[in-house]
Design a protein around this ligand. Structure first.
Ligand code: 5AD
Ligand code: SF4
Length: 473
C-alpha cells in the first residue's frame, strides 16, 4: 500500500514541536552559559544535505547558531549515510573522535540521525560502544527533534527514536540554507524499488510524495528569495505523485514549476530509467526552465546483471530512452551511477558497461564498487570475484570515463554558453565557477558581484573537469 497524503503530520503536532523548540531556548542558554552553537555534519547524498538544512531550521528555533568547529560546538549532530560499508565506517570513526571532546566538556550534547540509525546493528553498536551519544533518531522522526531533546534534558537519559516502518511527510519545517544561489528541495521521500543491492528502501521506508501545492508554495518562496538553481530531490522522482489523493505525476509537477515567473533553472534527481517515460522527456524538452541534463543511473551495461539487480529495464530499453532524449532535447547531457563488481558479474559483463559508456558518452559518473549491505538480497549472493580484481575493473572504468568526459568538453571550445555564476573557482584568485544548463562546470575570471547572475561565457579551453572561458556579451 503506498502512503498517501493522510501520512502528512497533523499541523497541530508541528506547532507543538515548534512551541517545545522555543521553550527550550532559555533552558539551553542556561545550560551552556551563552547563546548555544551547533555543528551539523552531513554524510552522504543531497537528500541528506536537504534534511540537514531542515534540522538546522529546527535547531535555530531552539536558539542555536552554527559553527564548523567541534571544539566550539555545544551540540554536535551527525546526519549519517548507510549506502556503502565505508560510509558507515567513516561515521563510526568520526563518532569515536568525539569521545575526548565530550569528556572535556560534559555539558555537550551529541546526536546521531539519518539512514544508519534505521539499522538494528547500528543502534546496538551505538548503545553499547558509544555511551556519550545522547540522542539517536531516524529520518522519519526528524520533525520530533524538539521533544527528543527535551526528553534527553528532562530525564538525563539517552533517547533512541528509530522507527523503520514509520513514514510520514512533515510540512512547514523551516530550512537554514547554506547557499544563496542553489537550493535543494525534497518532493518525495522513501523508495519502493528494492534494487537488490540497496539499503535505502529499508532505512528510508515506503515512497511518499509531498502534495503539489506544498511544493509549489515552497518553490515560489525560493524563487522570490533569489534562488536561481533549484534541484528537486527524491530517490525516484519519476514515480512522484503515486498514492496522492489527487492523481498527478512528475511531468505535471515540472509543468507547474516551470510556469512560475522568474529567471531560474530547475534540476532534478534521481530519475529511475524504468519510470522515465517519453512523456517526461517531451516535458523536459518543452519546459524552458528545466535543464537539459538528466541524471539517469544505469548501474551497469549487462541486461543479465540488471535483472539480478532488480532494475526492471534492460540495456536496449535504456539506450532507447537515451536516443529518444537526444532526438528531443537539444544539447542534452547525461550522468549516471555505476556499480562495479555486483555479485556474479563477469569481466565480459563488465565490458558491456564500458561499451555502454562509449555509446551514451556521459559527461561524468558517480562510480562505486559493490558493497554488501546487511538485509539486502545481493548481500546473500555468491560473490567470487576478489576485491583486488574489482579494483582493477574500477580503474579501467575511471580511465575510460576520463577520456569520454574530455571528449564531451571539446565541442564547446569557441562556443558561447549561458552560465549561472555560483561561487569562487578552483583555478585561482579572481576566478568564478558556474554551470551551463547541461551541467558542465565552467570557470572564468569575474567579479564576486556576479555570483548569483546568469552570464555569457565564451569557452576557450577545457580541462578534464571544467570548461574555461571569458565573459562575453
Ligand atoms: N554498493 C555499491 N553502490 C551502491 N549504491 C547503492 N547501493 C550500493 C551498494 N550496496 C550506489 C548506486 C546508487 C547510488 C546512490 O549508490 O549506484 O544509484
Ligand atoms: Fe536504492 Fe534502487 Fe531505490 Fe535508488 S531506486 S534508492 S538504487 S533501491
Amino acid at each position: 500500500m503506498p502512503f498517501n497524503i493522510h501520512q502528512e503530520v497533523p499541523q497541530h503536532v508541528m506547532e507543538e514541536q515548534k512551541a517545545i523548540a522555543q521553550a527550550l531556548q532559555s533552558r539551553l542558554k542556561k545550560r551552556f552559559g551563552h547563546n548555544p552553537l551547533a555543528l551539523v555534519h552531513t554524510f552522504g547524498c543531497q537528500q541528506n544535505v536537504a534534511d540537514s538544512e531542515k534540522l538546522k531550521g529546527i535547531l535555530a528555533q531552539m536558539g542555536f547558531s552554527f559553527t564548523d568547529s567541534p571544539e566550539k560546538a555545544d551540540l554536535i549532530l551527525f546526519n549519517t549515510c548507510a549506502i556503502r560499508e565505508n560510509a558507515e565506517t567513516k561515521v563510526f570513526g568520526n563518532i569515536g573522535n568525539l569521545k575526548q571532546l565530550k569528556a572535556a566538556k560534559p555539558s555537550m550534547l551529541i546526536g546521531i540521525c539519518g539512514c544508519m540509525t534505521e539499522q538494528p546493528h547500528v543502534v546496538e553498536k551505538l548503545k553499547k560502544s558509544y555511551p556519550y551519544v545522547g540522542f539517536v533518531f531516524g529520518s522519519h522522526s526528524a520533525y520530533l527533534l524538539p521533544s527528543l531533546l527535551q526528553s534527553c534534558l528532562d530525564e538525563g537519559k539517552r533517547v533512541f527514536r528509530v522507527a523503520p516502518d514509520d513514514g510520514c511527510v512533515a510540512e512547514g519545517v523551516p530550512a537554514v540554507r547554506e547557499d544563496g544561489v542553489k537550493a535543494w528541495m525534497s518532493i518525495m521521500y522513501g523508495c519502493d524499488n528494492f534494487c537488490s543491492y540497496c539499503v535505502v528502501p529499508y532505512v528510508r521506508g515506503r515512497e511518499r510524495s509531498r502534495r503539489p501545492e506544498r511544493i509549489l508554495e515552497e518553490f515560489k518562496k525560493l524563487v522570490q528569495s533569489g534562488y536561481k538553481d533549484i534541484t528537486l530531490l527524491g530517490q525516484n522522482v519519476n514515480s512522484y505523485g503515486k498514492g496522492l489523493e489527487e492523481p498527478t505525476d512528475f511531468s505535471s509537477l515540472l509543468e507547474q514549476l516551470n510556469a512560475v515567473p522568474g529567471d531560474f533553472r530547475i534540476r532534478f534527481m534521481t530519475s529511475h530509467p524504468k519510470d522515465c517515460t517519453h512523456r517526461l522527456i517531451d516535458t523536459i524538452a518543452r519546459c524552458e526552465k528545466v535543464c537539459n541534463h538528466i541524471h539517469l543511473p544505469v548501474q551497469c551495461g549487462s541486461s543479465r546483471v540488471l535483472k539480478e539487480m532488480n532494475r526492471h529495464y534492460d540495456r536496449e530499453g535504456y539506450l532507447d530512452l537515451v536516443n529518444y532524449a537526444r532526438e528531443k532535447i537539444p544539447d542534452v547531457t547525461f550522468t549516471s551511477d555505476i556499480i562495479v563488481g555486483f555479485p556474479g558479474e563477469t569481466y565480459d559483463e563488465f565490458q558491456e558497461t564500458l561499451s555502454l559508456l562509449r555509446e551514451v558518452k556521459y559527461i561524468s559518473l558517480y562510480t562505486f564498487i559493490f558493497s554488501p549491505r546487511p538485509g539486502t538480497k545481493a548481500a546473500a549472493m555468491p560473490d567470487p570475484v576478489s576485491g583486488e580484481e574489482k579494483g582493477k575493473w574500477f580503474r579501467e572504468l575511471l580511465a575510460l570515463q576520463d577520456e569520454i568526459g574530455m571528449e564531451q568538453m571539446h565541442p564547446y571550445i569557441g562556443r558561447t554558453v549561458r552560465v549561472l555564476a555560483e561561487d569562487f573557482g578552483r583555478t585561482g584568485e579572481g576566478i568564478l565557477q558556474g554551470r551551463t544548463e547541461s551541467n558542465l562546470i565552467t570557470e572564468f575570471p569575474g567579479s564576486p558581484s556576479l555570483v548569483g547572475q546568469f552570464v555569457n561565457i565564451k569557452i576557450q579551453s577545457a580541462k578534464k573537469w571544467a570548461l574555461l572561458g571569458q565573459l562575453s556579451q
